[in-house]
Design a protein around this ligand. Structure first.
Ligand SMILES: NC(=O)c1ccc[n+]([C@@H]2O[C@H](COP(=O)([O-])OP(=O)(O)OC[C@H]3O[C@@H](n4cnc5c(N)ncnc54)[C@H](OP(=O)(O)O)[C@@H]3O)[C@@H](O)[C@H]2O)c1
Length: 283
């Protein structure tokens, strides 16, 4: 059986390949379908097949998926351009006769009011109408998303945001990757709502304080102020707006879930927040 993973040189994709191998897949039966093969030397050295697959160049996709039985489409990272990119991947998968397609989506993509959700919902619809048996891996937030602000939180004494007391059922990329590998290996179609043990930003701040001995709090800001801080940190205006607006949606519970799909798929409890924080503090 041949399993292909797109975006395999990305942060999640590399972990999915690791998880496939640690769960027993032979490297030679795994295809790393990547935009830039020069970034995949380490995967090739491990015996993984490396093939070019650029979402923007459909001609690369059908040959990349030749002989592939199961495919993981890792959603692209160019927000606003992803629907045509994902549609090209699905068309190529159909043409290549792929028998199972898993897609990394967002929690409750079909009803979510988070600004990132419409592209995922539309991508899910393309997949559902393709006739290929599918699994939607509706990932919650990565815990690692917060790692980028650990430095400033420790130096200023505060995390900032607009998510109030909203709960975030984040989990580590490694946990989501293991779930993706489990689904690829089982070939079990389904819609999986994936998230970890939920925390508030105040709880995250308290955990960072506890581990570092540095007092850190969470300071809730009006959304415009938070957006301005993200822009001053270098994010493009539109993306900063999308992220700041997502914080307001967190207040409404849009990034929380009580689903146990993630621990069930990986066959163990999700990585606890203290362990995830400890790993981020080491970076
Ligand atoms: N749940 C969350 O909190 C969260 C947060 C951020 C992103 N995401 C989503 O989850 C995905 C995976 O996360 P990640 O952390 O692994 O992101 P990442 O490290 O940015 O990886 C994205 C991957 O997509 C590949 N890619 C981008 N454009 C492509 C194209 N035109 N053709 C083929 N491949 C392309 C990249 O290729 P290169 O290796 O060549 O750059 C990279 O391998 C992201 O792309 C995004 O859709 C989720």
């Amino acid at each position: 059986m041949t399993i292909a993973v797109t975006g395999a040189t990305g942060q999640l994709g590399r972990l999915v390949i690791d998880a496939l191998i640690s769960r027993g897949a032979a490297p030679g039966e795994i295809v790393a379908a990547v935009r830039d093969t020069t970034k995949a030397a380490e995967l090739a050295a491990r015996g993984v097949q490396v093939r070019e697959a650029d979402y923007n160049r459909p001609e690369t996709l059908t040959s990349a998926f030749a002989g592939v039985d199961r495919l993981l489409l890792i959603s692209g990272n160019e927000v606003g351009k992803r629907l045509p990119q994902h549609t090209a991947v699905v068309s190529a998968a159909q043409a290549a006769g792929v028998g199972f397609l898993a897609y990394t989506s967002i929690l409750r993509a079909d009803t979510s009011t988070v600004g990132l959700a419409p592209e995922h919902k539309a991508s899910e619809e393309v997949i559902a109408s393709s006739g290929i048996p599918y699994a939607f891996l509706r990932n919650g937030w990565y815990t690692e998303n917060y790692g980028a602000s650990f430095g400033s939180a420790l130096s200023t004494g505060a995390f900032v945001g607009s998510s109030g007391e909203g709960r975030i059922a984040a989990a580590t990329r490694a946990d989501y990757a293991e779930a993706a590998a489990a689904v690829l290996l089982s070939g079990e179609p389904g819609v999986y709502e994936l998230g970890g043990d939920a925390f508030t930003m105040a709880e995250l701040a308290a955990e960072v304080s506890r581990q570092t001995g540095t007092p850190v709090v969470y300071r809730d800001l009006p959304v415009a102020e938070y957006q301005a801080i993200l822009v001053s940190a270098g994010l493009p205006e539109g993306y900063a707006g999308l992220l700041a607006d997502t914080d307001l949606k967190i207040v409404d519970g849009e990034l929380d879930t009580d689903s146990d799909d993630l621990p069930r798929l990986i066959g163990r409890p999700v990585t606890p927040l203290p362990d995830a924080v400890a790993a981020l503090l080491k970076n």
